[in-house]
Design a binder for this molecule. Sequence first.
Ligand SMILES: *Cc1c(COP(=O)(O)O)cnc(C)c1O
Length: 366
Amino acid sequence: MPGWGVPGVPGRGEDRLSAVSAFRVDLRSDTVTKPSVAMRRAMADAEVGDAWYGDDPSVNELQELAAEVTGMGSALYVATGTMANQIGLASHFGGKGHLVGCLAHAHVATTEVATSAALSGISYRTAPGHERGWMTALDARALVEPDSFYDVEVLDLLAVENTVGSAQGSVMPVEELRQIRKVAEQAGLPIHMDGARIFNAAAAAGVPVTDWTTEVGTMMFCLSKGLGAPVGSVFCGPSELIREARRLWILFGGAWRQAGIMAAAGLIALREGPGRLHEDHARARRIADAMAELIPGSIDPRSVETNMVFVDTEVSGLAAIDAIERLQALGVGATLIGKQVRMVTHVDIDDDAVGVTLDAWASILG
Ligand SMILES: *Cc1c(COP(=O)(O)O)cnc(C)c1O
């Protein structure tokens, strides 16, 4: 079964984990959500046109709403978050051979690193980040510092991520981003924000997304994750950049035609998704609290700020990959990130699903 997603376990994932094609409770990611009945109806009824020509009314409505919510001037609806990031990074400079500063565990420099190299000739200079996972102003300062030996290694852009997907879904403090912006401004560098889950950050911090977006030059967010849309992400930036973003979108083969079918679901996701994310966060916290009791020392529940739960089962002698396989046998999907079990809550995880998950863990730990 493709897409099972056990990164970092070469040769094991594919055959050992292929037996189950569907999970009763799927906590692998918030990307797995199915479109709601309302979304399917909206998709069936969607008014469409040709997005390449810019005349799909549903796409245009979604882009206008995204620009308004983020306060970013303009927006471009694209197929994936990866495409949104790649357009976002490349829209800041023409041509190839650019150096972007970010954290070592950033999505752009890990999952998307080959994409950046292939599409735009971008490579990364990385910094370690705060122990909670986000970039600090100190990291930014180290990244923009010119290399005294190799003059070519001059940074073109800083890329920050919020929430941090590979570090407990933690929320970047607005104040830290303000300090990073000062560093970037002094160095004359723009900032791109990978805000795949920026609405989770806003729900957790109790502030509007504009608290972060006003500090950056460009950003993107995913409709296809916690917001619950089946497909799509949005690149947002100033109107001056949107022409270049559209050029790259066509160049990358992303100019989908009657995309209004999907944008109709995206509109519902953007209007109704943000308001319910706190429920996902509360359920993640509930799972974390229970895990802290089931495996003492495996997690600090206070580390769970949004919808991700990372559990270190190895403190009890149980390898994370074995825990994941046993969960799968009981119909519960989770992923391996580093040496930890990651569980992500989302719109299709209700209180009963949390109950099933915790029962599965209790039976594994026997
Ligand atoms: C999911 C994700 C992306 C990419 O989105 P896709 O739609 O999967 O391409 C980018 N950045 C972060 C932090 C993500 O979690």
